[in-house]
Structure formats: C-alpha cells, structure tokens
Write a protein that binds this ligand. Sequence first.
Ligand code: GLV
Ligand code: MN
Length: 225
Amino acid sequence: MATMITLPRPALILTILFLVIVILPSACRADPDPLQDLCVADLNASISVNGFPCKPLHEVKSNDFFYDGLSKEGNTTNVFGSKVSIGDVLAFPGLNTLGVSWNRVDFAAGTGVNPPHLHPRASETLVVLKGKLLVGFITTTHVLYSKVLKAGEMFVFPRGLVHFQLNVGKGKAFFLAAFNSQNPGVVILPTTLFVTTPSIPNEVLSKAFQIDAKVISDIRSKLGS
Ligand code: GLV
Ligand code: MN
C-alpha cells in the first residue's frame, strides 16, 4: 500500500516557494541570460559548451554584430516553393549568448508553402512584409489556430508547436520571423519522417499514416531521397 508523506507546514511552504521561484521560471525561459556584454561565438573552438565559447575580445570587430544574410530574396525553386534564410548563431556569431535570432522566409507566387515544422528551443513571432499568407499552428490537443495575414500583420507560434505558412496571395510573399533563442533548431515534419539516414522502416510509416510502400517511396522520391 502506498504511504503518503506529509510535510510539516513550513517545509511545505518552502517546497512550494522553491517550485514557483526556481523551477517554473526556468521551465518557461528560452536561452539562459548572458553573463557579459558580448560574446561573439568562436565557431571553430575545440571545446564544446552549451552555446559557443567567446572569441577573444581583442579580435571582436563591428562587423561581428552585422549580418546581411536576410537582405536578399531567397531562391524558391524547390518542391515546397519557399526558402528559409536563417539568421541564427551559426550564421551570425554575434548573437551568441543573447537569446535571439531571425529568419526570412520567401514564397513563390501561387502555392509556396513552408511545410509543417516546429522549433524545439524557441517561440516564433513573424511579421509579413509582402503578400498574403495563411499561417497556423496546432496544439498538443489537435486544435488548429490559423489566420490569413497581409503586410504589416503579425502572428506568434508557441515554442515546440507544429506550424506552417502558405502563400494565398496572387504574387510572391515574404516575412521576417524573430525567435527567443540564438539557436531555435527546426524539425521539418515531411523531411524528418521521409528523408532520414538510414530510412525509418516502411512498416512504421505504413502503419502510422495508413499508406502502402508505394506511397512511401513516391513521397521519398518527391522529397529528394
Ligand atoms: C518560419 O516558420 C520559420 O521558422 O522560419
Ligand atoms: Mn517556424
């Protein structure tokens, strides 16, 4: 029979305070706070830490805090008709320890889609700068929240939830997205499931999606595997 442990009242209050002050905030935070003004990532460092070690201060230049990788339209000639240009710490080492990053996503005219994906380490806000996009995310209880956005309008995708964007306007479209992590990471569902090395066994995908091996190999070949 299970025994119930009863804590004395002061110990109970201390336990609750500990949970509220220490555990809950750390569960809601994105990246940890920086401990110095700046820490430009040394991407070639031989040690590995949670993030990147800092480049020596005497080597830091203004250009370390500049990035123009989101200034140009991405090439959308691919199966999805979209291109994600990434501005995370790996592309822009000046972001190291700062807990923020950006992407730009371009969509081909007509049916460009940024397929369902999620970011394990960040929430995402986006602002549409051109065109008209249907955007949405799905909760863990299978509820879809979605909206059609036009230039100047914003949407937010909570951390870890599957989301997508589809061009529903007449011409091209693009948006900028901000993340509360220097390294949000991304799990793109179609490629994660169908283009792995080695492949996920057909039996798993057949049963999961109720499709046969022919459909699986069609999807794989269309996604470039
Ligand atoms: C858009 O959702 C992106 O992750 O860049
Ligand atoms: Mn995203």
